[in-house]
Design a protein around this ligand. Structure first.
Ligand code: SAM
Length: 332
């Protein structure tokens, strides 16, 4: 139970250690802890951590604990002091069961008592380095190298190889808002049924392949809202415009805009009289909605759609649909 684990930061000197102690808190939070104890409160450190927690979600508390000796003595779990003089971290995890640890890190010089009071004095290598590095390595091992995140704050960072993807969740409509929106726009039962099938498929794909769940859900729900105005190839562009009019996220607009077939290239867009840009899905969420839309009717229907696209002479489009499918399935 990680919520019972915490970090105890000793030797914090206001001003001088401000940044380092803040980084101890940030690292603890990022790797799943929910509390940092400080023998003397530093309001600057506390407010920075509160601000990050408020924006990026989850729970993280900075608590003043003057009597840190008592805290270590009474801790109902393992007490682990990270120090270059301790036993090797590999030995710790291979030979001992560590549960709900209080992880103690120092600053400049740690009182001798800490060595005596702690159940384990543990080194991350016997070279001097930093408390932030030591804490990160310790938590990574403790978490068995799993740093999957399940927080939901106002802001979220979407993993990306190439660019910064930061999402403001206040711009993503809830499921209820999506439902009301498509109903208000006059989505009929047939289209609603298809929308729900795409939603179900998309949630499954997100579970298997990752991506942001809230973006996937709203993207699936809204992907065909443009069809309430037109059933032409421009229904993606039209839908994106409707999403934009609501002031909803650009990420969401692009999902709606890029969901057609296996995507539409800039050149094809020109031929189809669409605004001159690329509509090929790029992000994982865009690809998921596109592929969920193609396969919501089942494999046979997908194969039929490919054939129809080929028969109509759109060989490149059919190829893109197949290529996209290969990213998600082994047997289509
Ligand atoms: N002499 C100190 C010691 O006991 O590790 C080094 C002080 S260092 C500036 C500040 C903190 O970094 C230490 O209190 C300890 O928590 C952490 N630290 C530094 N090197 C470490 C290492 N090799 N293994 C584990 N912790 C380390």
């Amino acid at each position: 139970m990680k919520d019972l684990s915490a970090v105890l930061r000793l030797g914090h000197r206001p001003e001088r250690d401000n940044r380092m102690t803040t980084h101890i808190g940030l690292t603890a939070r990022a790797f799943g802890l929910e509390k940092m104890y400080l023998p003397g409160m530093d309001s600057k450190v506390k407010s920075t951590l509160e601000d990050v927690t408020e924006r990026f979600g989850g729970r993280f508390i900075v608590e003043e604990k003057g009597d840190w000796r008592d805290l270590i003595k009474r801790w109902d779990g393992s007490t682990v002091h990270l120090t270059m003089y301790g036993m090797n971290i590999d030995e710790l995890f291979s030979e001992h069961q560590i549960e709900d640890p209080l992880i103690i890190v120092g600053s400049q010089k740690v009182p001798k008592e800490v060595f005596e009071l702690s159940e384990f004095n543990v080194s991350v290598g016997n070279q001097p380095h930093s408390e932030v590095a030591a804490l990160a390595v310790f938590l990574d091992r403790y978490n068995e190298r799993d740093i999957k995140e399940k927080r939901s704050g106002k802001m979220g960072v979407l993993p990306s190889r190439k660019e910064k993807r930061v999402i403001d969740y206040s711009e993503i409509p809830s499921l209820e808002e999506c439902f009301e929106f498509v109903r208000e726009k006059g989505m009929d039962d047939g289209l609603m049924k298809h929308t729900l099938a795409v939603l179900e498929r998309a949630i499954h794909l997100q579970h298997e392949h990752g991506g942001d769940l809230r973006l996937v859900i709203s993207g699936a729900f809204l992907h065909d809202v443009g069809r309430t105005r037109t059933h032409g190839i421009d229904h993606g562009v039209e839908g994106a415009r409707m999403v934009e009019e609501m002031g909803w996220s650009e990420e969401l607009q692009r999902i709606v805009e890029r969901h057609i077939g296996g995507g539409i290239t800039k050149e094809e867009a020109k031929e189809q009289d669409l605004p001159h840009r690329s509509y090929v899905p790029e992000t994982i969420e865009e690809k998921i909605i596109c592929h969920a839309d193609n396969t919501a009717g089942g494999k046979d229907r997908f194969r039929y759609q490919i054939k129809r696209t080929e028969d109509a002479g759109y060989h490149e489009s059919a190829k893109r649909m197949k290529k996209l499918a290969e990213e998600f399935e082994e047997d289509l």
